[in-house]
Design a protein. Structure first.
Length: 202
């Protein structure tokens, strides 16, 4: 009964957020929420381009995502040049930042512009960013990237299989995956300070 009431309260909150013209993103997925905390990303200051984080305790008390460590689902997908990229290939090497985005998302455009300017510097810090387009045809993504002048590698999740594996409910969203393959942080803006800190871990 407690779990049922908790789920009802959570859905009511999400409904309230979305009804107020906000987009909420919940992670970890509700199916795994027992004994963890869910993360709701709520845009509260649109003019300033800022967002707040609301932690919703579900069932047992627990720490935030970066303390709980969920194993990141492995995947193997192709980029715009049809070259395969597998997440597990970065294990014990670099910190990996997964960035899920779409061409129609205005918040994504802002993040993509920043990444286009900082990608080379991030690689020097042993931070590998994998921008993953979610659910769009490769031709559309290629045309979009060319028009925008993006120089970084773009991965294609045309059938949304990877997005589904990560239970993506909204974009933009970042997942910081440490060198051991665990998700340490989830954010809808690039968490540079946290990424730098995790990149220094052995």
């Amino acid at each position: 009964m407690k779990n049922y009431l908790t789920m009802v309260m959570l859905f009511c909150l999400i409904f309230f957020l979305t009804a107020a013209d906000h987009k909420a993103v919940v992670w970890p997925p509700m199916a795994k929420a027992t004994g963890q905390r869910a993360v709701v990303w709520l845009p509260i200051a649109k003019a300033a381009g800022q967002r707040a984080v609301v932690w919703l305790p579900i069932a047992k008390a627990a720490g935030p995502v970066e303390e709980e460590k969920s194993l990141a689902p492995n995947f193997k997908i192709k980029d715009l040049d049809q070259i395969s990229v597998e997440l597990s290939s970065f294990k014990n090497k670099n910190l990996v930042v997964l960035f899920f985005w779409t061409t129609w998302c205005p918040y994504c455009l802002k993040e993509l512009k920043i990444l286009n300017q900082t990608m080379l510097d991030l690689e020097k810090e042993r931070i590998t960013v994998l921008p993953i387009n979610s659910g769009e045809p490769s031709a559309k993504v290629a045309k979009f990237a060319k028009n925008k002048g993006y120089t970084f590698r773009i991965l294609l999740d045309s059938d949304s299989a990877v997005s589904d594996a990560y239970h993506i409910y909204g974009v933009p969203i970042y997942f910081l995956v440490d060198k051991k393959g665990y998700v340490r942080l989830v954010s809808n803006t690039f968490p540079h300070d946290e990424a730098q800190k995790l990149a220094k871990e052995k």
